[in-house]
Design a protein around this ligand. Structure first.
Ligand code: AMP
Ligand code: ZN
Length: 115
């Protein structure tokens, strides 16, 4: 499984940086965002280092669908029952700050800090 030693999310996956875990399996990790925009703000990441949506290959299809399936499950697990928002930022103009593919999942009562 590819791992980038300079990548903050690879370090979280390796347990070298602490995180508040929300879910883990062989392919995916989900953890709470360190700077939440909403009462519940979780990031879903593949364990394999892929920089972003523009860097996907056909072999990644196997866990991509799991990322979307996990979003509603995580929201239910965290008591979100009135809808949620999903966001994937890609590249500079897409506002991506961490170059390890991740899906934001936001939920909980409004108002939210952003969005
Ligand atoms: P993006 O702009 O989509 O690349 O978002 C990156 C997100 O990662 C931001 O919402 C950050 O707050 C979050 N983030 C960065 N470092 C950490 C960390 N160590 N633990 C949890 N979330 C983080
Ligand atoms: Zn990484």
């Amino acid at each position: 499984m590819s791992h980038d030693p300079n990548c903050v999310f690879c370090k979280i996956i390796a347990g070298q940086i602490p995180s508040r875990k929300a879910y883990e399996d062989d392919d995916l990790l989900a953890f709470h965002d360190i700077n939440p925009w909403a009462p519940v703000h979780v990031l879903i990441v593949p364990k394999q280092h892929v920089a972003g949506l523009s860097d996907l290959a056909p072999a990644h299809e196997q866990w991509l669908g799991k990322m979307l399936l996990l979003a509603p499950q995580l929201m239910r697990d965290n008591g979100v029952n009135n809808g949620f928002r999903t966001v994937i930022n890609t590249g500079q103009d897409g506002g991506q700050e961490v170059y390890h593919l991740h899906m934001h999942v936001f939920g909980g009562p409004r108002p939210w800090v952003k969005g």
